[in-house]
Write a protein that binds this ligand. Structure first.
Ligand code: HSE
Length: 393
């Protein structure tokens, strides 16, 4: 099978390198015929071109790897490839989360497949495992550490007392961060991964704008010191739960006891957990970012399409409704100034901050408290107490 690679950055070059230095006989069947680079860039290999038309009109190319990232022109190029009846494999979570329904429909209409294992949890076979679990079980819930950059930052701050900016710079240097690190540190990257995971786990496309999304931009060393007193640490978690035709989802920092598996996930590693009605709890752990793990996941998708193992997995049009009072959780809100609310059971003064601890409240109640906290302190920090399976802190 001849393929084209759109974009020759971290992921695209990783796919090319693995395919060119094949160690598995299976890979001998996959040939990179063309690589799309930006106009004006040097063509370092004879197969490089700056013309997308040249790629989509080539009848010998049956699969396109989109590894440019971002929304534009990735959106247009994926549509062009699908309408020219080329399979598409991508690691681009932003474009998939925003357009999954449209792309799936277009793929079906053109008798080709759209695969995106590498978009969520990098090298961990998460999408394939959720698809497999779903063949038997209703998936009721998933949660996990789905962003390597923020885990690297939180782990460094926890372990070495590094400050936020220093830890972010190091994560960028190691190639984990998005081009715009706001997507990582404000939780947008995880939010995209939650939308994609929901589409597979719940067979329904949810609206990213509906559910709370908090990142780690405001986390401080004082926050780590505060939670350390109770043998806890901080991890950024994406999660969703479904009950009948309703769901709730979050992206937010959670406090975990040091004994919890999530607390032991170091550096840029990811961990993600699903609950199925008969399989129970399943955890998946590994490299969620980086050149070769992500490229590996792209190539797994290519091999599945090549060997006719791929199926359509999303029923376009199926919808579940967001419910911000589905479950109750406990939260901690840190501000410079103290404020009062009947839902707070404790307010701790620690160093020069106030830590307001709530009892069990809904997302709706939590969002009201956050609005009040933000009005008092635009650097406030909100964290949820993890309560997945006895992992309270
Ligand atoms: N910036 C992302 C991360 C890359 O750090 O996890 C992989 O999706």
């Amino acid at each position: 099978m001849k393929i084209a690679i759109l974009g020759f950055g971290t992921v695209g070059s990783g796919v090319y390198d693995i395919l060119s230095n094949q160690t598995s006989p299976l890979l001998a069947n996959i040939k990179t015929a063309k690589i799309l680079i930006r106009k004006g860039k040097e063509k370092k290999l004879p197969i490089m071109t700056d013309s997308i038309e040249e790629i989509v009109s080539d009848p010998e190319i049956s699969l396109v790897v989109e590894s440019m990232g971002g929304l534009t022109p990735a959106y247009e190029y994926i549509k062009m490839a699908l309408t020219h009846k080329k399979h598409v494999v991508t690691a681009n979570k932003a474009v998939i989360a925003a357009n999954i329904e449209e792309f799936e429909k277009l793929a079906r209409e053109n008798g080709v497949f759209l695969s995106f294992e590498a978009s969520t949890a990098g090298g961990i076979p998460w999408i394939a495992s959720v698809e497999k679990a779903r063949r038997i079980d209703a998936i009721t819930k998933f949660y996990g550490i789905l962003n390597g950059t923020t885990n690297y930052i939180l782990d460094s701050m926890d372990e070495s007392g590094a400050d936020f900016a220093e830890a972010l710079a190091k994560a960028q240097e190691l190639g984990y961060a998005e081009a715009d690190p706001a997507a990582d540190i404000d939780g947008i990257d995880v939010r995209n991964k939650v939308v994609i995971s929901c589409a597979i786990a719940f067979n329904s496309v949810i609206d990213a704008a509906r559910f709370p999304c908090f990142g780690i931009r405001n986390v401080t060393k004082t926050d780590f010191d505060y939670f350390k007193k109770d043998q806890c640490t901080i991890r950024l978690i994406g999660e969703a739960e479904r009950v009948g035709d309703r769901y709730e989802a979050f992206v937010m920092p959670n406090s975990f006891h040091r004994d919890a598996m999530e607390a032991t996930v170091r550096r840029n590693l990811n961990i993600v957990t699903l609950y199925g009605s008969t399989i129970g709890e399943l955890k998946f752990y590994g490299q969620g970012a980086g050149k070769f793990p992500t490229a590996n996941a792209v190539i797994q998708d290519i091999l599945d399409i090549y060997s006719h193992k791929t199926e359509y997995t999303i029923d376009a049009g199926k919808k579940i409704g967001y419910d911000d009072a589905l479950r109750k959780n406990r939260y901690v809100i840190r501000t410079k100034q103290r404020f009062d609310d009947p839902s707070f059971h404790t307010i701790d003064k620690f160093q020069d901050c106030y830590y307001h601890k709530t009892g069990e409240i809904t997302i709706r109640q939590m969002m009201e408290l956050v609005s009040r906290a933000k009005a008092l302190d635009d650097r406030c920090f909100i964290i949820k107490e993890a309560n997945f399976q006895g992992e309270k802190c």
